[in-house]
Structure formats: structure tokens, C-alpha cells
Design a protein around this ligand. Structure first.
Ligand SMILES: Cc1cc2nc3c(=O)[nH]c(=O)nc-3n(C[C@H](O)[C@H](O)[C@H](O)COP(=O)(O)OP(=O)(O)OC[C@H]3O[C@@H](n4cnc5c(N)ncnc54)[C@H](O)[C@@H]3O)c2cc1C
Length: 660
């Protein structure tokens, strides 16, 4: 199929996308004052407008325009040249938290439990919405609300949640087991839909949609129908060399022990040191095209292709080639944490319609009850957050959005100071608040710039964080009849712009009802990780991050339309007609970096981990956030918050324990 032109793709259609580039734009003409906290008035507080509602914004979201510029100026050394004198708000809090993601919100919650409900807490976040990566996308189509996740997808983890994280979920009313029935994981299967592979002509010589013979990796869409004759369509239609096709079949069916004579532990140690790409070609002796086929398989979890993911991690992910190697089910050296088998991990899985934004919303409901109306999980999906109440004068807890912290420092000697001052920028003005203590629940690499008083070794460890760039795109479709016609619910597209595309996992909770019939509107989720094969892991992340910051929304939109047209055209999909709205959640600073046994030698050989050096408390400061555990999961963010609050309050609760 030829690349379609602008008009065919619908680039000229008035859908909801570029109309609002950021939350500030939405409310630029409607700036009002907040009810003043302790003697200061802010002039521009967009959040007080009744129209302020970031979840419905489309176009470029995630790290949206207006969220990162100040922090980048601080990084580049330009900020302080023009900063001027801060406006003193006169406020002093018991705790100031920098970062309103799940870690910052959890830190506020744990602090409140330790210090009492009257404790005054301020949470600052540079985005126009709370939740950090746990971000809600909301569409309204044909009179229905459609929810999507702009970041954190689900409650899941390679390891069971710690008792601390489990207790928090329980306090929020989340019972993962009891909630299982609200997920309709078998809907697509019951409609006879399969997982498919889309081969693109730029990579494979022809555009071709083929039913995936073995669907080994969960793509988040729920269960798909297993093909009756799994290899038939693939062997007939995949635009691959015959040798490559047979090699792919061979690696799925092999019972070869590639390292005979070694123990399971010795085999894992070897697999930890070789990439899956090299395992396939050098150890299993497969055709090079097999690498192109599997290249993007680990993107969703690792943000890297098989050139930079170890064979041991590929085994953990369920990729083929290891069935004959008699590997013990437990984790091997350099694997992340106490991994549990994939089937067992299913028990811990739950997806809210807006992903873990629901956890962030439940935390906010606990901290500032009137900000999220309702009382139960059932009323949560459709509850409209009241942003004007997030930072109200009478509330002991405030969440101040669109506020970038630029300096956090003790007033006096860190060992004896009684408080810290926090400078932040909001609506172009520099403000000062004070806190008796502060938790830095922002990203590790930001901290050395805003907190230069930390010891040099700690700053260096913090600065070494290389978060994984990732894009979660949500496309609201008017219907999904083309998917039904093609008999597919997801596509793995190893060479395409977005490598993983799937219909939303259906969840109906309370009065929120997900699409069940192909004629109904739905959200399609598309994932892209801008990695650069050939470089080492953190260099790939740096290069990808740069690419994301430089890519305009129009480029994303064109690629989205082109890819959907080419992969679904055979089912009658028309991007100009069928796409109702597009939200690109761009996360140049995405997952916390997890150590990689191919490149981070200390990860196998031992020694102090950079994340441990980085998270040491200092005077009245403690460090939370997922980076502090080098673990990119919700429970990691909660556990790090708990540890940080233990450090500040000196409490040593025997009731809970967190993973380190
Ligand atoms: C796309 C994506 C999908 C994911 N999916 C899952 C999943 O399915 N399941 C799972 O368990 N985990 C998932 N994760 C990981 C999980 O989201 C994170 O581990 C967790 O939410 C991180 O929480 P956090 O509070 O540490 O960081 P964040 O959510 O990043 O929050 C930190 C906040 O601090 C802000 N900040 C930074 N600097 C400043 C500053 N100077 N001033 C003010 N604010 C600042 C940031 O902008 C951000 O809003 C996913 C992550 C991403 C990126």
C-alpha cells in the first residue's frame, strides 16, 4: 500500500488534538486568584477556573509544553541569571513534597499518618495535573465518556507488593482479587479476535498484517483467540525469507539445551551477559531476519529492543528459545527483584479504566476529600476532579500544580537548621515557601540542580539516572468494526513508529461502561519507545529523550494515521473518518532506569548501587520517587515514599516493610 496523502489520512480533519497544546493555554484568559493561603495572593492561578480540567486535553500531553522549560533553564544554568527576588508566600508547612506523582502523594499520606491529620503539607508539581506518570486521559465521544491511561497502566509487578504497598491499596479500598470480575479480559477472545503482527514495507519489504502464531507477551488488551492452525497464515503471508520463517518456528519449538553441562545458575549467569539478539544468532544460529522480527518485543517493559536486553531477561519475559534449557523458575543474577512466574503475577494484576491514575485520584481523595467527589471505587471512574479545591486555604493539605521547584535548601547548617526553604516558579513568577521538612519525590536527575548542597558523591549518583523515554498514545475511534472484520484485537508492529497497538482492555466499573460492540466508540492504545539500537542502554535512552523533545505533534499525528491506515485498511479503516481524537502522552523522562546486566557491571558483580547512594537523607530532606529504588513500578514508588517518611519522622514501625 502506498503512503497515503494528507487528505486521505485526515490531517485536515477538525478532530480534538492540537487545539489545546497545554493546560496553561486552556485557561490563559481565565486566570483567577486562589483563596489566599496565609497572607499571599497569587495573580495567575489557572486551576481556580471552573473550566480547568486537564484530563480532557488532547494533542501533546505527558510532558506537555509549559511543564519542563523552567527545569531545563535551571539545568542549563540560565535560570538564576534572570530569576529576580522571590515573592515570599509567608507559608510554612510541616512538610513540603516536590513531585505530585504516586510517590509524592503516598509520602504525604504516610506523613499524615505519622504526624496527624492536622499536619500542614504542600505538594508541588510542574505538570498541569497530579499523578505524575499515572495520568488520566478522558475523551467524550457520541455522548459517552471514554477513559484511557496516559501513563501507568495497571497494578502489576514482577514481585508481589510489599506489605506497605499492600496496606496502602487496602486503605484506598482496592482489593485486587475482588475486582477481577470488572475486567472483561475475555471479550476479544469471545468475538474471535486474534493478536496480529504488522510487517511494514520499510523494514520487511511489504505491508502485511498476519495473525501472530504464538502470542507469548501480554500486550495489555486482554486475551485473544488462539489461531486454530497457528503457523498457517504466518508461513503463507509473512514477508520474511523462508529460512527466517522456519527459524522462528524452530525457536518456538526448540527443546535444545544450548549450554549443556552447566547448572541452571551457571546458565543464567551466561544468559545475563549476552543480548537476546546475539543469543538468537550466535547461540541458536538463526537467520538475521529473526532479530528484526523480535527486535521490538521487549519495548513495553524495557524501553529497549533485543539488542540491549539480556537473554536472561528475554527468558523472564516469555520470549522463546529456553524451553530445553531447564532453567529454575526463580530469578537469576541481575534480574529485577524477586520475580515470580508470569502466571502467578496475573493474580496481582488489575487495570482501572484510567490506569493507576485511579490510585493517584484515591490518594488525593484521602488527602483532600472534597477535591475528588464520591466515596467508593464505583463512583471513581466518572468522578470529575475539582481542581480549584486542590490548593484551598482551609485545607491542611494542598497540591499546587504548574509549579516547578527550582531550589530546595536548608536555612542555615543542614545539621542544625529548623527548616528548609523551597523556591518554585508558577506562571512565570518565583515564589518562596518554607517547610519544616521536605521530601524530594521528583526525578533523581533533577535533584542535584535544585539541591546543590547535597554531598558531591550523592549528587553524582542522582545525576546518573537515565530515565526511559516512552510514548503512550491514545486514539479515540468512532468504532472498531475494521478490527472485527480483520479478526484482530492488537498488533505487534516491529518496524513501525508505534510498535504495540491494542484495543483498550475492557473494564466496566460503577456507571462507567467500556465498549463491548464493534459499533461503539473505543480508545486504541499505541506505544512507542524511541530507542537507538547499537548504543548501550542509557545512551539509547538519552538519544531517544532528545528525539521526543524535538518531535512536533504533527509528526506523531501523521505517523499514527499512516500506521493505522496501512495496518487496518484491509478491514475498511479510514483514518479521516474513524479517528475522533488523539492524545500523545510523551514521556521523555519515563520509567525509572532499571539496571541492565549487559551494561551495568556492578549489577552482577556487587558493590554499592547508585540508587542507594542517591537516596540518602540529608538534614531535613529525604528522597522518595521510583528512581530511588531503580524500580519502575507503582509499588516501588510507594515503598520509596514510605522509607523517606520513616527517615524524616524517625518512626520504626514493625507493622510494615517495604522492598528496598
Ligand atoms: C508510560 C509509563 C507506564 C507505566 N506503567 C506502569 C504500570 O503499568 N504499572 C506499574 O506498576 N508501573 C508503571 N509505570 C511506572 C510507574 O508509573 C512509576 O514507577 C510511578 O508512577 C512513579 O511514581 P513517582 O511518583 O516516583 O514518579 P512520577 O510519577 O514521575 O512523579 C514525579 C513527579 O515529580 C515531578 N517533578 C519533577 N521535577 C520537579 C520539580 N523540579 N518541581 C516540581 N515537580 C517536579 C514530575 O514532573 C512528576 O510529575 C509506568 C511508567 C510510565 C512512564
Amino acid at each position: 500500500m502506498e503512503n497515503s496523502g494528507n487528505r486521505d489520512l485526515g490531517m485536515d480533519r477538525p478532530i480534538r488534538r492540537r487545539d489545546f497544546l497545554n493546560g496553561i493555554a486552556l485557561t490563559a484568559g481565565a486566570a483567577l486568584s486562589l483563596p489566599a493561603r496565609a497572607g499571599f495572593e497569587t495573580e495567575h492561578v489557572p486551576e481556580s477556573s471552573p473550566d480547568y480540567y486537564p484530563p480532557v486535553l488532547t494533542g501533546m500531553r505527558g510532558s506537555h509544553e509549559g511543564a519542563f522549560e523552567v527545569a531545563h533553564q535551571v539545568r542549563d544554568g540560565d535560570f538564576w541569571k534572570q530569576a529576580g527576588t522571590p515573592i515570599d508566600t509567608g507559608e510554612t508547612y510541616d512538610l513540603v513534597v516536590v513531585g505530585g506523582g504516586i510517590s509524592g502523594l503516598s509520602a504525604a499520606h504516610f506523613f499524615r499518618k505519622a504526624a496527624g491529620a492536622k499536619a500542614r503539607i504542600l505538594i508541588l508539581d510542574n505538570h498541569d495535573d497530579f499523578g505524575g506518570h499515572a495520568k488520566r486521559n478522558e475523551f467524550h465521544q457520541a455522548g459517552r465518556m471514554l477513559l484511557g491511561y496516559g501513563g501507568t497502566f495497571s497494578i502489576e509487578s514482577p514481585a508481589p507488593y510489599s506489605s506497605v504497598a499492600q496496606d496502602l491499596l487496602r486503605e484506598l479500598g482496592i482489593d485486587v482479587q475482588a475486582l477481577q470480575p470488572v475486567m472483561n479480559r475475555k471479550l476479544y477472545r469471545s468475538l474471535g479476535l486474534h493478536a496480529a503482527v504488522f510487517f511494514d514495507k520499510e523494514t520487511f519489504g511489504a505491508d502485511r498484517l498476519v495473525i501472530e502464531p504464538r502470542h507469548s507477551v501480554d500486550d495489555g488488551a486482554g486475551e485473544s483467540e488462539a489461531p486454530a492452525d497457528p503457523w498457517k497464515d504466518f508461513m503463507e503471508s509473512a514477508p520474511l525469507a523462508e529460512t527466517a520463517k522456519h527459524d522462528i518456528l524452530r525457536i518456538y519449538e526448540t527443546r535444545t539445551d544450548y549450554f549443556p553441562g552447566l547448572s541452571s545458575a551457571e546458565k543464567k549467569a551466561k544468559l545475563a551477559r549476552i543480548s537476546y539478539a546475539r543469543f538468537l544468532t550466535e547461540i541458536a544460529g538463526l537467520d538475521l531476519q529473526v532479530v528484526a522480527y523480535f527486535q521490538s518485543r521487549p519495548h513495553p517493559l524495557f524501553g529497549l529492543g533485543i539488542d540491549a536486553v539480556s537473554a536472561q531477561d528475554a527468558w523472564g519475559l516469555g520470549l522463546p528459545g529456553f524451553d530445553g534449557m531447564k532453567l529454575d523458575p526463580g530469578p537469576g543474577p541481575g534480574m529485577n527483584r524477586d520475580c515470580i512466574p508470569n502466571a502467578e503475577a496475573e493474580k496481582y494484576f488489575f487495570h482501572f479504566p484510567d490506569g493507576n491514575a485511579s490510585i493517584a485520584r484515591l490518594l488525593v481523595r484521602k488527602l483532600i476529600p472534597h477535591a475528588i467527589p464520591g466515596r467508593s471505587l464505583k463512583d471513581l471512574p466518572v468522578a470529575r476532579a475539582r481542581y480549584a479545591r486542590l490548593d484551598a486555604a482551609h485545607s491542611p493539605v494542598g497540591i499546587r500544580l504548574n509549579s516547578t521547584a527550582v531550589a530546595v535548601r536548608h536555612e542555615g547548617d543542614p545539621q542544625t537548621a529548623h527548616q528548609v526553604e523551597i523556591l518554585y516558579v508558577k506562571s512565570g513568577k518565583l515564589y518562596r515557601v518554607r517547610g519544616k521538612q521536605s521530601v524530594l519525590a521528583c526525578w533523581n536527575m533533577v535533584i542535584p540542580y535544585i539541591c546543590p548542597e547535597l554531598p558531591a558523591k550523592q549528587r553524582e549518583a542522582l545525576a546518573s539516572e537515565a530515565k526511559v523515554p516512552i510514548v503512550y498514545t491514545n486514539v479515540a475511534l468512532r468504532n472498531w468494526t475494521a478490527w472485527k472484520k480483520l479478526g484482530i484485537s492488537s498488533t505487534y508492529a516491529p518496524g513501525s513508529y508505534h510498535t504495540h497497538v491494542n484495543l483498550d482492555l475492557p473494564v466496566s466499573l460503577g456507571s462507567y461502561r467500556s465498549a463491548r460492540k464493534p459499533e461503539e466508540p473505543i480508545v486504541v492504545h499505541m506505544m512507542r519507545t524511541p530507542c537507538k539500537p547499537g548504543l548501550i542502554s542509557y545512551e539509547q535512552h538519552r538519544a531517544g529523550r532528545l528525539e521526543l523533545f524535538k518531535t512536533p505533534f504533527e509528526t506523531f499525528e501523521r505517523n499514527i494515521r499512516d500506521q493505522l491506515a496501512r495496518s487496518l485498511g484491509g478491514g475498511g479503516f479510514d483514518p479521516a473518518r474513524d479517528i475522533a481524537a488523539i492524545t500523545v502522552n510523551r514521556w521523555p523522562h519515563g520509567y525509572a532506569y532499571e539496571y541492565n546486566s549487559l551494561f551495568d557491571k556492578f549489577w552482577l558483580e556487587g558493590g554499592e548501587l547508585p540508587c542507594v547512594i542517591a537516596r540518602q537523607p540529608f538534614g531535613r530532606l529525604a528522597i522518595a520517587n521510583a528512581d530511588a529504588g531503580a524500580y519502575a513500578y507503582t509499588d516501588g514508588a510507594i515503598d520509596q515514599a514510605w522509607r523517606a517518611i520513616q527517615e524524616l519522622t524517625g518512626s520504626h514501625s514493625s507493622a510494615g516493610s517495604a522492598k528496598s
